[in-house]
Design a binder for this molecule. Structure first.
Ligand SMILES: *Cc1c(COP(=O)(O)O)cnc(C)c1O
Length: 377
């Protein structure tokens, strides 16, 4: 059996080697390392894939959030609502720019914030909502967009973990994650569903004026050469990464389908596992399984993780601690028990190996090892 990894990037490279090597070589030969033609082509191809007018590439997914937050005319102390249970980037960029992060607890089942949760956090200082489509599935964008319209708020979707996921509207229309709010962001970190071979990110928007502003901010605040209209930053997707992403984008749907097949197998194999809850699937979203995250009850999560490690099955805890309790964010004044759902999740979640190239022998070994643990305790 091939060694099991959380994400098997070397096998993926082997499978795509000819195309990837060709793409890299053509950039090397052109020497157009910055703002080469591949960058624009990739932006156009991604915009077509997502069904959104503007894609603005940038240096990484954290920059993408920062650039959007810089573009909206927010003032120091303005409040931005986001989740307690995610990667730090959303909270960090809000705080970095001098805005006030307002944290809400996610839903236990889907790991995502709900419109009901957001509503309770809205004040007269609220200016934006920043939902994160965690682990590959969309938050309730209909509910969140309704709230935003009611209270005149911006919506910024962090779709770093949801490349290709679809939000299903009440009438059945499917919109891609990140294309529903005023702006959406993503990351091309290598282990993301659409990953490059280094750092990369992008912003999506349907708004022409906002798109121009975002492009300017990502490029030193410059619209016309050496004229600076905005305070900007320097954040670029380099040409090599764009060339690699053009190859990988063509496979994104088939990779996401392979992830879903693995998830379907996990669901079925673990259905009768005592003390294991498989991930809930929202009725209003497709799931592209950036992570397949189970909940392990009765405080057994860490013991199961050790048991799996002894059988060469890696598993990871995303995320081990609530954001509101991190040292850097204590100034926000939240208390130990303010977000009980996140606290419960942090002690129960375990993400299993998940990538498009898991084979049946590996899947059998992973689920067999989990079932074995519950037989032996
Ligand atoms: C990966 C990730 C980011 C940050 O992306 P980088 O490219 O590493 O900056 C932001 N938000 C979420 C939810 C992520 O998973």
């Amino acid at each position: 059996m091939r060694e099991i990894q959380m994400v098997d990037l070397s096998l993926q490279y082997e499978n795509l080697r000819t195309e990837i090597d060709g793409a890299i070589r053509s950039v090397l030969e052109s020497t157009a390392f910055i703002r080469g033609p591949e960058v624009k082509l990739f932006e156009e191809e991604l915009s077509r894939y997502l069904g959104i007018k503007h894609v603005i590439s940038c240096g990484n997914g954290t920059d993408a959030l920062q650039i959007v937050l810089m573009s909206l005319g927010l003032k120091p102390g303005d409040e931005v609502i986001t989740t307690d249970f995610t990667f730090i980037a959303s909270l960090e960029t809000i705080a970095l720019l001098g805005f006030k992060p307002v944290i809400v607890d996610p839903e236990y089942g889907t790991f995502n914030i709900s419109a009901r949760g957001v509503r309770k956090a809205i004040t007269s200082r609220t200016r934006a909502i920043l939902p994160v489509h965690l682990f590959g599935q969309c938050a309730d964008m209909s509910g969140i967009m309704e709230l935003a319209a009611e209270h005149n708020l911006y919506v910024i979707e962090d779709a770093a973990q949801a490349a290709g996921a679809g939000f299903i509207k009440a009438g059945g229309e499917v919109l891609k994650a990140g294309t529903i709010g005023n702006a959406g962001t993503t990351s091309f970190f290598p282990s993301k569903n659409l990953g490059c071979y280094g750092d990369g990110g992008a912003i999506f928007t349907a708004d022409d004026e906002l798109a121009a502003k975002l492009r300017s901010i990502a490029n030193h605040g410059m619209k016309q050469r050496y004229h600076y209209d905005d305070i900007g930053i320097n954040s670029r997707l380099d040409t090599l990464q764009a060339a690699i992403l053009r190859v990988k984008l063509r496979y994104l749907d088939s990779f996401n389908m392979a992830r879903k097949a693995a998830a379907d197998f996990y669901d079925e194999a673990l259905a009768d596992a005592p003390l294991v809850e498989v991930p809930e699937r929202s009725a209003f979203s497709t799931h592209i399984f950036h992570q397949y995250t189970i909940k392990v009850k009765n405080g057994l999560r860490d013991r199961l993780k050790e048991h799996l490690a002894a059988r060469n099955v890696p598993a990871m805890v995303y995320y081990p601690g609530p954001l509101h309790l991190q040292k850097a964010y204590r100034y926000l004044g939240y208390g130990e028990n303010d977000f009980p759902v996140t606290s419960a999740l942090c002690s129960e979640v375990l993400s299993l190996p998940m990538h498009p190239d898991l084979d049946q022998e590996q899947l059998n070994h992973i689920t067999g090892s989990i079932l074995e643990f519950f037989e032996t305790i």
